[in-house]
Design a protein around this ligand. Sequence first.
Ligand code: ARG
Length: 451
Amino acid sequence: ESGVVRRDRFSGGPARSFLSSLAADERIFEADLEVDRAHTLMLAEQGIIDAETAGSILTALDAIEVAGHDSLPDGEDVHEAIETAVIDRVGADGGMMHTARSRNDEVATCIRYRLREDVLDAIETTLALRQSLLDVADTHAETIMPGYTHLQPAQPTTVAHWALSYEGAVRRDTERLLEAYARINESPLGGAAFAGTTFDVDREFTASLLGFDGVVVNSMDAASSRDFLLETTQALSTHATTLSGLAEDLIIFANRGFVSIADDYSSTSSIMPQKKNPDTLELVRAVAGDAAGNVQGLTTTLKGLPRAYNRDLQRATTHAWETVDAAVEASEVAAGAIATADWNEEALTAEAGAGFSTATGVADLLAANGLPFRTAHELVATAAENSSDYDALDAAAEDVLGEPLGSYVDPDAVADALDPAESVASRNSRGGPAPEATAPQLESGRDALDA
Ligand code: ARG
């Protein structure tokens, strides 16, 4: 029987298990059945195989689906194993299923079919994360907090402004994934091994049955190209990098008592009874490393591959699966941790002015009153060596300008500039942290999410 012959052809050799992707192909088992169905229907529709044989093949495919991936006969990969299973059920005519195609266009189609689903999952998790960040921004529009550069106190800001900064980044992550999706969503099926086929195939028909937007026209491109894998893995890696920064911020904020991570997203110690650790966020932070490693592995695998199909491609795919699984999980965990975190407004407010974080505002005030900004900067820097109060600024004015501070600015205005909350409220430039400036950012974030 053909089925036996087929299995025997690749049965032996010490490299058997090295060659086989059957176990890893479980991920594309459903996809392969759908691709087989679409291709079989097309063959019948085009009169390449008769309707009765097509019917038997489709019936066999249904039975194979019910039996599941684990019941497949041995094979080099899921495509071969399913074909063998079809032949086992239908007889030699089951071999008509593979008319006018190759495993090369078949596997490329299966990967795209499955990856579409995974990327949609990834996109959804980015949406959930954006929602969590917008909710935090909504609740904490007026919660002032210290802002840092170089991890040193820099200028006071608000929790809303911080959350919206990540919402903007995650929004771009969503956009990158949507763009990748559009390029994944084209069908290579019908490209055959790479050189097309003598049969009168209808590639648009299979593409539309499988829900693709169109076909990858050039049959060599269709069977060989994996830039869609690279683009997707890169977009996921970029998202994981965004998540790692977010996780790192939360870990630092938790360390300083600014935020309390919910128990659901914390872990404890097996020896230190008092411990509550931000373990989930540390794992989120680590996913960016895995993702970057997968981008590197995939790039290196694809680099310099000649046209057309090469078996290296079998090992390329796993980089994308690993990345999408880890990124989706990390994104979900980050969204949950953000949604359930408790912000300690008292601690944030108390710390917002630490390290003379209002210094820039005082320099701005002097500059607004006619001093060159560089001179104002020098004056405030001189004061900062001693203290951050009015007296220190006044002494610095005498030092730098030879006149008291009061001859340049209204002391009440200086007092306001030194107050962290006033300082935030005054920075109402477009995109700034003042509540009146974060309100439109929040609205645009909501509009983008709805869209
Ligand atoms: N399992 C293979 C892969 O993932 C399928 C294609 C095999 N094609 C071939 N010409 N050996 O790439």
